[in-house]
Design a protein around this ligand. Structure first.
Ligand SMILES: [Zn+2]
Ligand SMILES: [Zn+2]
Length: 333
């Protein structure tokens, strides 16, 4: 079976020697149709994010069709189109019991602690697959996971209708955050040094923060780039009493004075992925009710054989990159 694997730091290969996935009693096997690429994948490839072993199957933003279900699975069946929720909390610890599954200390993550999903077929826990209608465009389906991250960040920010929101960074996550902020009734503005990414954000409906009068501040700032310098500059744009949500992350320190924090009564909060099952459930319901089309952030599509190029492009281009796989489920029942 084919898969895209990391063979050494900064070296991605497509191999054809992966064993077929084995379906546990509570798993389903999914024939993968598409996988979105994001900054987490790039962190794994560069070695900034350590993985348990090499070669390592990459990818986590996957959708496809169920081709087999384990003996204890009663609510998934072959032929069902599903999106994978690629973080698997334990659902038993105090954080999970409180519904805050992003904080689960035992959480497993596809592509990071567990083998990734950029393979022809993958076994995943059935409860972490979400059925989606067959008529949804695949470009929107492949964005369900990162859009859930974006919607969660906006919800956590408390952005109110009519409020300006500064989105720092117009990588794929920043574009999705701007889209989520607009859907919440906010008015997103982007700050982004990469010309192409900034232009794409404006085309997708965000305002250009550089065009606002000097000193314009924002009740909500969402930092998606992870660059400490961008975090520092974004913090300076926060209005008194405002909230900064950090989505991007870096091990390098960012400066923050307690004087500013206290005098301006600022809230700074980290937002890590999403909680199971509430957040995916909400995203899928929302996509069913509104013409949101998060797939608008996609710019380049590659075949599985082109995975090394796809990851290289993901680091450079404006917009999101994804890999689509041929429909092989008929030949592998
Ligand atoms: Zn991702
Ligand atoms: Zn847990």
């Amino acid at each position: 079976m084919k898969a895209a694997v990391l063979v050494a730091p900064d070296e991605v290969a497509v191999v054809d020697d992966r064993p077929e996935p084995s379906c546990g009693p509570r798993d389903v096997v999914v024939a993968v149709h598409g996988v979105g690429l994001c900054g987490s994948d790039l962190a794994v490839i560069s070695g900034r994010r350590a993985v348990p072993s090499l070669p390592w199957v990459l990818g986590h933003e996957a959708f496809g069709v169920v081709i087999a279900a384990g003996e204890e699975v009663t609510d998934r069946f072959a032929g069902q189109r599903v999106v994978v929720e690629p973080n698997y909390p334990c659902l038993a610890c105090p954080a999970c019991a409180a519904g805050a599954t992003a904080g689960c200390a035992h959480r497993r993550a596809a592509g990071i602690t567990e083998p990734g999903l950029l393979a022809e077929r993958v076994a995943v826990p059935a409860r972490f697959t979400w059925p989606v209608p067959a008529d949804w465009d695949e470009t929107d389906v492949v964005c369900v996971e990162p859009f859930t991250v974006a919607l969660n960040a906006v919800r956590m920010s408390g952005l109110a209708a009519g409020d300006r929101c500064l989105v720092a960074g117009a990588g794929s996550q920043g574009l999705l955050v701007a889209m989520a902020a607009a859907h919440a009734g906010g008015v997103p503005y982007i700050v982004e040094p990469h010309k192409g990414r900034r232009a794409l954000a404006l085309r997708l409906g965000a305002g250009d923060a550089a065009g606002l009068p000097a000193g314009t501040s924002f009740p909500v700032v969402i930092e998606t780039s992870g660059a400490p310098e961008a975090f520092e500059r974004a913090l300076e744009r926060l209005a008194p009493g405002g909230t900064l949500i950090a989505v991007g992350q870096s091990p390098r320190p960012a400066r923050l004075t307690t004087f500013a924090l206290v005098q301006q009564r600022l809230t700074v909060r980290g937002c890590l992925i999403y909680d199971h099952p509430a957040d995916f459930s909400r995203t899928i319901a929302m996509l069913g009710e509104h013409d949101l089309h998060p797939g608008r952030v996609l710019r380049e599509r590659f075949e599985l054989a082109e995975a090394p190029k796809a990851f290289a492009r993901a680091a450079e281009i404006a917009g999101k990159t994804w890999i689509s796989l041929p429909r092989t489920e008929e030949t592998h029942p």
